[in-house]
Design a binder for this molecule. Sequence first.
Ligand code: NAD
Length: 468
Amino acid sequence: MSVLTINNPATGTVLRELPADDANSIARKAAAARKAQPAWAARSFEERAAIIRKFRDLLGERRDTLALTQSAETGKPISQARGEIGATPGRIDFFLANVQSQLAARLAKPDVDVPAIGAPGETEEVVTFDPLGVVVNISAWNYPWFVGSNVYVPALLTGSVVLYKPSEFATLTGMAMADLLHEAGVPKDVFQCIVGGGLAGAALLEQDIDGVFFTGSHGTGAKIAAAAGSKMIPVQLELGGKDPVYVADDVADPEAVAAGLADGAFYNNGQSCCAVERIYVHRAIADAFRGAFTQAVKGFVMGDPAASETYLGPLTRDAQIAVLEGQVQDALDKGATLLAGGKRVDGPGAYFEPTVLVDVNHTMDVMREESFGPIIGIQVVDGDDEATALMNDTEYGLTASVYSRDRARAARILSRVRSGTAYWNCCDRVSPYLPWSGRGHSGVGSTLGLEGIRCFVKPRAWHLRAPA
Ligand code: NAD
């Protein structure tokens, strides 16, 4: 077995060294999962739900300890780690309340005269739902509790078993999820954690599996789609974004909007798939907006992620700093102006100054390529059509937002923007009640919402004809 080294991104020191899975152990785990699946699916929904409810409760009880683990290995500020874990039970509740109805058999022709159904010679048409089977869940590190549970909770509730590969940057958290699920009553082979990086993920795709649910970058998503292609199994990809916001000239309070958007851009160090990545502000309010935005950013407290007052910790992946430096340099070379930040912080740890760029345009990478860090470009526009065209000028299509007093105006703009989620006067927000999906390079399929449950079952069509 090889070794996976877990680093603390705040200090650059080694936290743990773990034995990683290899091709042989992954094949053994996949075989055990296959064997365990029928018995898990044969349990009643109530039994599976009671176990997941217990998991939900344990999560609430252990929140603070789990947050320490997550914060240490990802650098997420402790208050934000607690916030994520504290909000996960709410998402689990959505699944507990809604999965059973999506599993129920239904008559395909409910409007047909009921006495005729089942009558000699009549054909009764019924739809039932089978669990997918063995589900692979390859996950990201930035919101490991959210993006993981969005997949494995509905998968387990619908009767599938899960091979869960946490990101190599959130492995201790992934192992803690497995421990908690097992303690709650999920059998060991029904939920298994795979330890390792990209090679372990690739090895998982070679197993006898029934579906792949991936959260991560577009580049890796494309590799996964290609690897799974010939298997003829569902492949769901929740990928990156370059999420735009347009602040129209009719907002009542540009300064308040700026403060809210600074949080939307810099929360979790900008390492959110739906973080605000670029802003278009109407010329009429641009000066007030940029001033207030920069002031808000300069007020963010950066420091030790374990400290309760810290808002900005280190980046989780040191390698991302080179991407950010490249985007800043590219923008400056092409005429941008820095209003804040712009470089790595001297000293240990993967810290990068929160960075605000203005005088930006779409020749610059910072306006079209995912930054996934504490950096934002603010571009001035002269109207709705220009803003709409610029919002669409990227391969990504995860979320888009318009701030305006006028709902109809915002709806008009947002309906023309290619995105899976549309926000009016809000941003950087996910609801379990709504499907989370991307367009273009932001992925295929949906998690959350009823759509995010249905993707874990396969419909079976019954044509039932009583003998004449
Ligand atoms: P990543 O693509 O580097 O890695 C994601 C996972 O894929 C990891 O578990 C990794 O080990 C695994 N992996 C790497 N190569 C693989 C391969 N060849 N085969 C199989 N698995 C492989 O992404 P990341 O850095 O963990 O996450 C950041 C990205 O995730 C950002 O682009 C972000 O926008 C995106 N994201 C999207 C959502 C969403 O819901 N749309 C949510 C969170 C994060």
